[in-house]
Design a protein around this ligand. Structure first.
Ligand code: DGL
Length: 258
């Protein structure tokens, strides 16, 4: 089955990479809606419109399964997308991360880092409490992390200082931390070295393991990976090259959404 994956920009390639590794026999089409990045501080209405357009675009590309790699889109739009595009299977990134955190956490005291919109939606918290009502969830919006990661986090000391300032109020209370944003797996190592005692849950890894169990392999010979964006920018190309060194990036000429 052909898997369509979308995100607000390049970040969702972290999810695509894990999907590509765990599901080597499925075609993958990735769409990065870079023109509208960031989703994390946009209105719910706009995030919904962009997300709908992205799904529509991937349907036109003959995708039979959609993965919403963006945590913000998942938080705000997944239930609506599932209803509107029924019976198309649509998966988000929150479910996998939550299941993994509940497996790994001993104290059931779990932290979540995410964009403003993801944290405001309480989607991670609600999902954790749905599965485990005894859990305690500490959510922190960390909007500075996306831009610093996109900069290539050359300024390691500043990145560590930002991580510490976001986590200092909760880090002694929790034993596990969910990286609730597409970009954060790129600083997972840094978070782990800063807080070695913490279980760090990477939603990209958790989501791909979850999907691999659900989706049958279909193209055992020469599966294809296509990366498409609607904005030709250096950040997209640099990060895409780092994550998928061999795949070329196609620029979408006619913007699919405005
Ligand atoms: N892709 C977004 C997420 O995972 C992060 C970047 C943005 O704000 O658009 O929430």
């Amino acid at each position: 089955m052909r898997i369509g994956i979308f995100d607000s920009g390049v970040g969702g390639l972290t999810v695509s990479k894990e999907v590509a590794i765990k599901m080597p026999f499925n075609d993958i089409i990735y769409f990065g809606d870079s023109i509208h990045l960031p989703y994390g501080n946009k209105s719910i209405q706009n995030i919904l419109t962009y997300s709908r357009n992205n799904v529509q675009f991937l349907i036109e590309k003959k995708c039979q399964i959609i993965v919403v790699a963006c945590n913000t889109s998942t938080a705000v739009a997944i239930e609506i997308l599932k209803k509107e595009f029924h019976p198309l299977p649509i998966f988000g990134v929150i479910e996998g991360g939550v299941r993994e955190a509940l497996k790994k956490s001993k104290s059931l005291k779990i932290g979540v880092l995410g964009t403003l919109r993801t944290i405001k939606s309480s989607s991670y918290k609600n999902k954790i409490l749905q599965y485990s009502p005894r859990a305690k969830v500490y959510e922190v919006a960390s909007p500075l992390l996306v831009p610093i990661i996109e900069e290539g986090f050359k300024h390691k000391a500043i990145t560590i200082a930002i991580i510490k300032s976001y986590l200092e109020a909760i880090v002694l209370k929790i034993d596990s931390l969910i990286l609730g944003c597409t970009h954060y797996p790129l600083i997972k190592k840094l978070i782990k070295t800063t807080y070695p005692g913490l279980q760090v849950i990477d939603s990209a890894k958790a989501t791909s393991s979850f999907l691999a169990k659900k989706i049958p392999p279909t193209n055992p010979r020469n599966r294809k990976i296509e990366i498409i964006t609607n904005d030709d920018n250096e950040v997209f190309r640099r990060i895409a090259k780092k994550i998928f060194p061999k795949e070329k990036v196609t620029l979408l000429k006619n913007e699919n959404s405005t």
